[in-house]
Unconditional design. Structure first.
Lengths: 473, 993
């Protein structure tokens, strides 16, 4: 911080001019402090606690992978799926994980373009979550087929069979949507990481780590020219990512809407799925950040202000999905179709009513507490609510998939589905993968974008040293 | 796969592995075990190298793939057989005393399909489930392979000698030899047994059928003076009153009855008038599902009901309202009316039915009940059996020879005890090492009917010859008749003289009985039509019913009925039959205790009988049923439409010596007493705390009424009244959606895409729900034709049965009093706008230019999206590897249909292999099109009701195109614009008679 900046800040305070916006970085640290604080997480010794946690999540992942191995070598029959119900926990988990990823993209791309400064403290970890969630989603979607060893047949490549994929199939669109999503998210994340990796390269003491961070930072010099290019690249990637926030989950929803089944064949799904994805994504970000903030002591950077903003988004998106739930019933009645009406009555009062009402309570009722500022800033409460929302959003996908399939058109072919230990294990396994990757990330990568957060610290931008005009909400 | 690509690059093109296996020896690289030599010997070309590399990579990537296959050439070629082309042999399926003409399709010397013989007058080309499934038993690995003495494998000669020496022993000791046989209809067998008894004077033959139909014979002989069972011709009947006669279900002749009954159930212009069926029953049978009027009755009221009808027909007045209206209908029909009584009913009840028939005038030459049409060997057998039992108990019997009977499983306790304790030497000659064989000193394999010679005579006098299609597989041991000949010759060298084998015996007999018949012609036809038959003289005794014993009355009855698929359990080790759902209950792999909703409430199993969700909870609860004879435990299934004082269960289950498939499936209801009604005392039913999973192929939910249920059912499975058909009111089949124009009679829903024009063939099907009785033979026909695996009970419980065609059953009326049921055969609808096709990401399911929805197994990756999106839920996913790997079960497969690996989807193909065969045939005959009737699907071929019509819809004169114009036609779920190729004709209920 230059002397001038410091002076101006002190002057402003002396004049009694309270900052209109809450500070996004507390404790008034110096730039050097910020670097040291965040880089020290990487530099600090690996604790037994960390290893123990990693061992647990690793064991979960290993168990899940074993269940996957068992599935692939024995057949999908080890799951609880049956004749009317061709998809169960597999696709539920896939949609769940894809949805989780959406908060990351929203935070990193859309909030960036809208100059929401508060995003800087959380974008790194949210983006990391996106990538890890998509890894889990890919695991689910690749292993759910009857012959997963032929997964590459889903890709359009020239082959001796002269067979082209079926571009009319929403699953094909899924392949493109998810692959694009994964590629762009990974690139975006990595590009954003370059300056920080360079910082670490300079900061760490171990020779090996220096080498690794050195290679990963791609020879970053920190020159103005480099920053200039970096900013352009980052902006372009943000631009590319932005439509993905809307498109990926819309495409995922097409898996259902293109079907002819009552309860699937509905036009409301794309917006409703996107809202739901953001809803569940923020819930997951919140769950993880509450813990990360506590464990890594990042209270300085991740403030109640951040949490409050996220809770507001959850309240908004939660109401959107609630609106969709209610509207579905109206449309079912309005459509005049017996099948449509019956399937929705069956959703709410049939065999899977428990799943429906779990979903409804968790997603629509529980976020209502966020109308109150006190609740929005109450960390234990928001932690509990975020977990409710995670559960509720999982059940939303389950409700859509299982209740529609178990009782569709012909009453003679109705069935019921419950998962086996294998499916449950695989789901636990995806959590293991997700959490293990997150733990590795939290230890070896700066959890907060060091370079970016400096830009929103008071005095970081001399020309906008008062409250800046772009707003930070 | 590596073999394939390498081979393809070095030798001539090839079609299939089977084709390769038969390849002539010029392709010397291609001999078994040398496929790898072929690679190394030849110079590795660039393509070969690439193939090797890619193959090894593929192998590394997919090490856990399909089982290794070895290619084996046929060293010796078969006589007269062109590899790749099927051979057809005419034969006869004679089981019990019923004979159906068959044609056996064989490929490379192995039978792969049992069809009906179109020329045979009894079944006219149709086939029932049992005869088709008996093919699987031919290849059953659990068949007894070698002869055994005291459980030790011995040579066949040793076993035969052991029996003959025992007989000689008995002769020495002045004791008897009893030969126990099942009901049969083989004149040569009868003659052989007579000659055996003549040659071995201390031997006598005793009929020991598992399920006795003696009451019928007793009643018939009392009323008509002829000892046996007269077979009705239902094609002549306009009004039928069935009192517990399940002539469309468990009756051994149901195939014949269905084919005669069904044509009169499908009203059409110019066709025969629709018949009227009233069913009076305490259970809910297949026949009951087809009733126009169904009367749920208590078992104790059956005789009085018949009495009432009798009185009313005679001109008196009946107190029972239902009896009065039934009698009125019968009277109106006169000689075209008939009453049929169940074979398990008391002699009195059955005699009453005959008396009514006599009154109506439907008995006599050329009438519905023509005494000439007598089932062979259907006379009363109980007296002889009683005498035999007395002999055994007196210690006069030294040897008991069991030929194709299994008393240890199905006989009464008295017989079982006597046989075990009093008979010195027991010997069993049978297909399986069954319960009786386990208790016998000697056990000899019997050849399967497809491996042996024989004769059979049908009730109408048609004489058929059964010829072997394949050499006996089990140690080369021939038929049980051959064994009997061998035994006889050892006991008495003069027995049969020069004739050494049963084959010669049969030939000689045919030559004697039909001197003018040409043997080769007989082999080709499969039967010899009888010369004119003499009329049987009958005398009617209308007072006979009063002289006969009625049934014991009780407050609670147990009714044991033959299982719909297994009948008496002889074929219990047959997976096709075990997995064939009961037409009414849809239960597979079990017998259950059927009870009414009210009974469920009485037993405390359901809290409220008007609450479906409460009734569903009663299902699968285990109850224990005790009679003076024994006690078994069975799971409960609440069955709508049952009488409240009856518990119904099925025979044929609970085998312990059937084999790995049939053992311990269900409980043995034979132990409870003589099949039929058994009066229960109070306290004979106890509810246990156990539960037992019941594997049904249709969810229990169809019992319950849910919101919208009735609406949905009405649209999906439509039915209408005969009066509306006659008035021309076809409202019931109309659809309520906006349409653009017509496709023939059908509304076309709005569409934004232009239509594909089918220039060549366009295959389609019409299913007449009014004709379908629910016999389920189509399911087995399809299973046999299309290599559909048996998945087992656990998988059926999970809802993973693989049948490509299923019979959806929808009850009409209330849970307590269902008025009937609609049966809707459901198979791939080959939709023009198939929802499955556009969702497959790898284009594994596509539409053919001939309108077929095709499934490319090799391309399928198994996303199951098509299954989800199929509104008819007719797609079947191979969740696991369902192939039974035991040898020689793989010989049963149809080589024209590929096997399916786990992880891929399959479904009805409209028997595409048969369509191709028909097209090749047309091409070979210089035609560009297949003629109507040349392409026949397996289900259509087997259907005795002719409810399935298949053909080219583009050929306006084809039967299917004409049937599609039927005003009763509708498409299931037409409103979602799938445009199915299968048209259903609404079921008609006769409300006119």
């Amino acid at each position: 911080m230059t002397v001038v900046q410091e002076h101006e800040r002190l002057q402003a305070t002396a004049l009694g001019e309270e900052p209109i916006r809450e500070e996004l970085v507390l404790g008034n640290p110096s730039m050097r402090d910020v670097t040291a604080r965040i880089a020290s997480i990487v530099e600090s010794k690996i604790t037994t606690k960390y290893l123990a946690t990693l061992a647990i999540t690793g064991a979960m992942a290993a168990w899940g992978l074993f269940a996957l191995y068992y599935t692939i070598t024995t057949g999908i029959g080890v799951w609880g799926l049956n004749n009317p119900i061709g998809w169960g926990w597999d696709i539920t988990n896939f949609v769940f994980w894809i949805g989780i990823g959406h908060a990351g993209t929203l935070i990193s791309a859309i909030l960036f373009l809208f100059r929401q400064k508060w995003r800087t403290a959380i974008n790194r970890s949210a983006e990391a979550m996106t990538i890890f969630a998509v890894v889990c989603a890919l695991t689910m979607v690749l292993s759910h087929t009857g012959r997963p060893w032929l997964f590459y047949w889903l890709l359009p490549y020239p082959n001796q069979m002269n067979m082209w994929v079926n571009f009319r199939s929403p699953l094909m669109w899924d392949v493109f949507a998810v692959n694009t999503y994964f590629t762009v998210s990974a690139l975006f994340w990595f590009v954003g990481l370059i300056p920080d990796l360079a910082t670490l390269r300079n900061y760490v003491k171990s020779e090996v780590a220096k080498k690794v961070y050195g290679v990963l930072s791609l020879g970053w010099t920190g020159s103005t020219r480099a920053w200039h290019h970096y900013e352009i690249a980052y902006m372009i990637l943000a631009g590319i990512s932005t439509p993905l926030v809307l498109s990926v989950h819309s495409v995922v929803s097409f898996d259902f809407t293109v079907g002819v089944l009552p309860g699937w064949h509905t036009t409301i799904f794309p917006p409703y799925f996107v809202a739901g994805a953001i809803f569940s994504g923020f819930a997951m970000v919140l769950t993880l950040l509450v813990i990360t903030r506590e464990v890594l002591d990042l209270k300085q950077f991740i403030t109640l202000k951040h949490f409050e903003n996220m809770n507001k988004i959850m309240l908004a998106t939660g109401m959107m999905v609630g609106y969709a739930y209610i509207l579905e019933f109206f449309i079912a009645w309005y459509s005049g179709s017996d099948w449509e009406r019956w399937i929705f009555v069956n959703r709410a009062f049939g065999d899977y009513a428990w799943a429906y009402w779990t979903m409804f309570t968790c997603n629509v009722v529980s976020p209502q507490v966020f109308w109150f500022k006190k609740a929005r800033r109450n960390i234990p409460l928001m932690f509990v609510i975020s977990i409710f929302v995670n559960i509720g959003m999982w059940f939303e996908r389950f409700t859509i998939i299982a209740t529609t399939l178990h009782h569709d058109f012909l009453p003679a072919s109705w069935g019921y589905y419950s998962p086996t230990w294998v499916e449950i294990s695989i789901f636990i396994g995806t959590f293991g993968i997700f959490l293990s990757l997150f733990l590795l990330f939290a230890k070896f990568v700066p959890v907060i974008a060091i370079a970016e957060i400096k830009s929103i610290m008071p005095g970081a931008q001399p020309s906008h040293h008062h409250h800046d005009g772009h707003g930070s909400h | 796969m590596s073999d394939r690509s390498l081979h393809a690059s070095t030798t001539t093109p090839w079609k299939s592995i089977d084709g390769l296996a038969q390849a002539p020896s010029e392709t010397s690289e291609f001999t078994p075990g040398t496929t790898s030599n072929a690679i190394t010997d030849s110079t590795v070309s660039r393509r070969g190298f690439m193939a090797l590399v890619s193959a090894s990579m593929a192998l590394t990537a997919a090490a856990c793939r399909r089982p290794e296959q070895k290619l084996v050439p046929s060293v010796k070629s078969l006589q007269n057989a062109t590899p790749g082309l099927p051979m057809y042999y005419a034969s006869v399926y004679a089981h019990r005393n019923v004979a159906y003409g068959t044609v056996i399709k064989a490929r490379e010397g192995r039978p792969i399909k049992v069809k009906g013989n179109e020329q045979h007058p009894v079944n006219c080309g149709t086939a029932n489930a049992e005869m088709q499934a008996s093919l699987l038993s031919l290849y059953d690995p659990d068949r007894i392979r070698r002869a055994k003495i005291e459980g030790q494998q011995v040579s066949y000669d040793a076993a035969v000698t052991r029996i003959s020496s025992s007989i000689t022993e008995a002769q020495g000791a002045g004791k008897k030899v009893l030969v126990f046989i099942d009901e049969h209809c083989s004149p040569s067998y009868t003659q052989l047994l007579n000659e055996f008894v003549a040659a071995v004077p201390n031997a006598s033959v005793v009929f020991l059928p598992a399920i006795s139909r003696d009451n019928t014979a007793i009643a018939t002989s009392a009323v008509l003076g002829v000892n046996g069972e007269v077979v009705p011709d239902l094609a002549k009947a306009s009004v039928i009153l069935s009192v517990e006669a399940d002539f469309l279900g468990s009756d051994p002749l149901s195939l014949y009855h269905t084919s005669r009954f069904a044509p009169r159930r499908s009203p059409s212009k110019g066709g025969p008038a629709m018949s009227h069926l009233t069913v009076v029953e305490s259970t809910y049978s297949t026949t009951g599902m087809n009733a126009d009027v169904r009367v749920r009755t208590s078992p104790s009221e059956i005789e009085s009901f018949l009495n009432d009808v009798h009185t009313a027909v005679k001109g008196g007045s009946a107190s029972n309202k239902n009896a009065a209206s039934a009698a009125a209908r019968l009277k109106k029909a006169g000689t075209a009316g008939v009453v049929l009584a169940g074979a398990h009913l008391s002699p009195k009840a059955q005699a009453l039915a005959l008396a009514i028939n006599a009154q109506l005038g439907c008995i006599g030459t050329g009438s519905i009940l023509d005494p000439k049409n007598m089932l062979p060997n259907s006379g009363e057998k109980g007296t002889a059996l009683k005498a035999a039992l007395a002999d055994i108990e007196a210690g006069n019997v030294h040897v008991a020879l069991f030929m194709d009977v299994n008393p240890e499983y199905s006989a009464s306790r008295a017989i079982k005890t006597a046989l075990i304790n009093k008979v010195k030497v027991r010997a069993a000659i049978n297909l399986y090492d069954d319960e009786t064989a386990a208790q016998s000193a000697v056990s000899i394999p019997a050849a399967h009917w497809l491996e042996s010679w024989g004769t059979a005579v049908a009730f109408d006098g048609t004489f058929s010859v059964q010829q072997p299609i394949i050499a006996p597989m089990c140690d080369g041991i021939p038929s049980m008749q051959d064994t009997l000949i061998a035994v006889g010759k050892k006991v008495n060298a003069a027995f049969l003289g020069e004739t050494a084998t049963y084959a010669d015996y049969v030939k000689n007999m045919v030559a004697t009985v039909f001197p003018t018949a040409n043997w080769n012609q007989t082999m080709q036809d499969g039967f010899i039509a009888p010369a004119s038959r003499t009329d049987l003289v009958i005398g009617v005794d209308l007072d006979a019913p009063n002289k006969l014993p009625g049934a014991a009355t009780s407050d609670l009855y147990l009714l044991t009925v033959p299982a719909s698929a297994l009948y008496d359990g002889k074929y219990a080790n047959n997976g096709w039959l075990q997995e064939l759902p009961d037409p009414v209950t849809k239960v597979t792999w079990d017998n259950v205790a059927l009870i009414s909703p009210k009974k469920a409430e009485e037993l405390g199993l359901a809290a409220d009988r008007n609450e479906p969700s409460s009734l569903v909870k009663a299902n699968e609860r285990v109850i224990s049923i005790t009679t003076p004879n024994g006690s078994i435990e069975l799971p409960v299934l609440v069955q709508p439409g049952l009488a409240d004082n009856v518990i119904v269960t099925q025979l044929g289950y609970g085998r312990t010596g059937a084999g790995t498939v049939g053992n311990n499936v269900g409980a043995n209801a034979f132990t409870l007493g003589t099949p039929g009604y058994i009066a229960l005392r109070s306290g004979s039913i106890t509810v246990t705390e156990e539960r037992h999973k019941i594997a049904t192929t249709q969810s229990h939910h169809s019992l319950s009424e849910r919101p919208g249920d009735e609406e949905n059912t009405r649209n999906v499975a439509r039915s209408m009244k005969l009066s509306d058909v006659m008035k021309g009111n076809f409202e019931a089949v109309e659809n309520e959606y906006i349409s653009e124009g017509k496709d023939g009679r059908y509304n076309k829903p709005l569409s934004i895409v232009s239509e594909y024009e089918y220039k060549g063939h366009r295959w389609g099907m019409v299913i007449d729900m009014s004709a379908c009785t629910g016999c389920s033979s189509c399911i087995v026909a399809c299973q046999s034709e299309n290599n559909i695996p048996v998945v087992g009970k656990d998988q059926v419980v999970l809802g993973r049965e693989m049948h490509w065609i299923r019979l959806d059953r929808y009850y009409t009326g209330s849970v307590d009093e269902p008025t009937g049921a609609i049966l809707e055969p459901m198979l791939c609808q080959h939709c023009e706008n198939a929802p499955c096709e556009n969702v497959c990401p790898v284009a594994a399911t596509t539409h053919s230019p001939e309108g077929l929805n095709e499934m490319t197994y090799n391309r399928c990756v198994g996303t199951r999206y098509c299954l989800n999106n199929c509104p008819y839920k007719v797609r079947r996913f191979n969740f696991l590897n369902y192939k039974d790997e035991r040898q020689p079960l793989d010989l049963v497969f149809n080589p024209e249909v590929s096997g399916r690996q786990r992880g891929i989807m399959e479904k009805c193909t409209f028997c595409v292999q048969r369509l191709h065969e028909a097209k090749w045939h047309a091409r070979d005959n210089g035609r560009s099109r297949v003629l109507d009737g040349e392409a026949v699907t397996a289900c259509q071929e087997a259907c005795p009701a002719s409810a399935i019509i298949f053909g080219d819809m583009n050929d306006s004169k084809s039967r299917v195109a004409v049937a599609r114009q039927n005003e009763r036609g509708f498409h299931v779920l037409a409103e979602i614009n799938t445009r199915p190729s299968v048209t259903y004709l609404a079921k008609v209920v006769n409300d006119v008679a």
